[in-house]
Design a protein around this ligand. Structure first.
Ligand SMILES: [Zn+2]
Length: 162
């Protein structure tokens, strides 16, 4: 038995995930947060989204507000604001999820695997001791992750304090 029940994947398969015509990292309006788009935080420079299709529980996406594709297009203020937000996100995830480490990275260009190649973004993925081989070893286990909206509700209060 290798059953995985991942409710957001079902929405994905059934095409029910909310969508809008614009860029993923530019939800409409100017609100500081937006549950429909899983936007945890936005200020004048950066935006933080919960990844709807996470590699792991708590997978965050951090992007500049400006629609630019590469690191070299960042100005000094944006570069600082992005790294500052990456730092804050690791702090918040550590508090919320008690994780043991993080993968932090950036896929620049489609060839590098970027899902949204025209808007630069960082991935912050929490890691736990032993999580890498967990599924391979414990083949009899069913994984029933928390629904992504529940994760959003649990996370957003921490971002409100930024
Ligand atoms: Zn964009």
């Amino acid at each position: 038995m290798k059953t995985l029940w991942t409710p957001w994947r079902m929405e994905y398969v059934k095409g029910e995930a909310p969508s809008f015509s614009g860029c993923l990292f530019e939800p409409p309006g100017n609100s500081r947060r937006d549950r429909e788009h899983l936007m945890l935080y936005r200020n004048e420079t950066v935006v933080v989204l919960l990844n709807r299709f996470p590699y792991a529980h708590g997978h965050l996406l951090i992007a500049p507000r400006r629609h630019i594709a590469t690191l070299t297009e960042l100005d000094a203020n944006e570069a600082h604001a992005l790294m500052d937000m990456v730092q804050k996100c690791t702090h918040i995830l550590g508090q919320l999820l008690n994780c043991d480490g993080f993968n932090i990275g950036c896929n620049i260009g489609e060839i590098a695997g970027a899902g949204v190649a025209d808007h630069l973004h960082f991935h912050v993925v929490p890691r736990w001791q032993g999580d890498h081989n967990y599924m391979a070893v414990v083949a009899e286990i069913r994984t029933i992750p928390e629904h992504i909206e529940n994760t959003y509700d649990a996370f957003v209060a921490k971002f409100d304090r930024l």
